[in-house]
Write a protein of this length. Structure first.
Length: 234
């Protein structure tokens, strides 16, 4: 009985941590996280990206890998780390589904490295990132033409019914009046159209023609994700 108690106090039951093992796990997970971050940068050049998010992708893998390595098969360590992480609260705005996929991938590869399967993690990373790059270049499920929301402010005195049909037919393949609302206590009206441009390069010409018709009042043209691309003229 005393021998068993001594073995517990001396840590004989606990798994010994190997410095070489830790270095291998950290190095492999950092490299994998860095490669994931580079692919994320490459595939998000046009729509933009956050530097903090790219750094987080690199750091997630080694952090998770080290946590898994420290836990090992030790239940006490697992409960201790769970209690420590319970004190942390993560708050962030909902992200793009692709961003979430990159984060999840970085975490999973970190788990694999922490469990000692760094070769498997490396192979899986190459295959998954290759699929991501192929989907990026083929623009899988992407729309060939962008749908815009066109908002036109008109004076109360203008008969807006059908007033812009000829101009919209000139520049758009599709156009539909979706919303009409009054602004400035009824002195102005705001018309919202859903349109599909024939040529997105003719945005300026469309706006200029509309401004010539609505008395040079405010015109706004935005794509389905206004935060990504929008045009304001006033």
């Amino acid at each position: 009985m005393s021998d068993f108690i001594n073995s517990l106090t001396n840590g004989a039951v606990a798994e010994e941590l190997s410095l070489k093992g830790i270095l291998v796990i950290l190095a492999s997970s950092i490299i994998i996280g860095f490669v994931i971050s580079l692919v994320y940068l490459f595939t998000h050049r046009k729509e933009g990206y956050s530097q903090a998010f790219c750094v987080a992708l690199i750091l997630l893998s080694p952090i998770v890998a080290l946590v898994i390595y420290l836990i090992g098969n030790n239940v006490a360590r697992a409960f201790s780390l769970a209690g420590a992480f319970a004190l942390i609260r993560f708050r962030s705005a909902p992200g793009d589904p692709k961003d979430i996929a990159f984060v999840f991938m970085s975490v999973v590869m970190g788990l694999a490295c922490g469990m000692g399967y760094w070769k498997l993690a490396a192979i899986a990373t190459v295959i998954i990132l290759a699929v991501i790059i192929i989907l990026y270049f083929t623009n899988f499920a992407g729309k060939k033409t962008e749908t815009y929301t066109l908002k036109i402010t008109v004076p109360e005195t203008l008969n807006y019914v059908g007033a812009f049909d000829e101009t919209l037919d000139k520049y758009c393949t599709k156009s539909k009046l979706s919303v009409i609302k009054s602004v400035d206590f009824g002195a102005l009206f705001e018309l919202s159209f859903t349109i599909t441009m024939k040529d997105p390069a003719e945005v300026r010409e469309l706006i200029d023609d509309i401004r010539a018709m609505n008395g040079n009042l405010k015109v706004m043209l935005s794509v389905e994700a206004p935060a990504v691309k929008s045009f304001h003229f006033q």
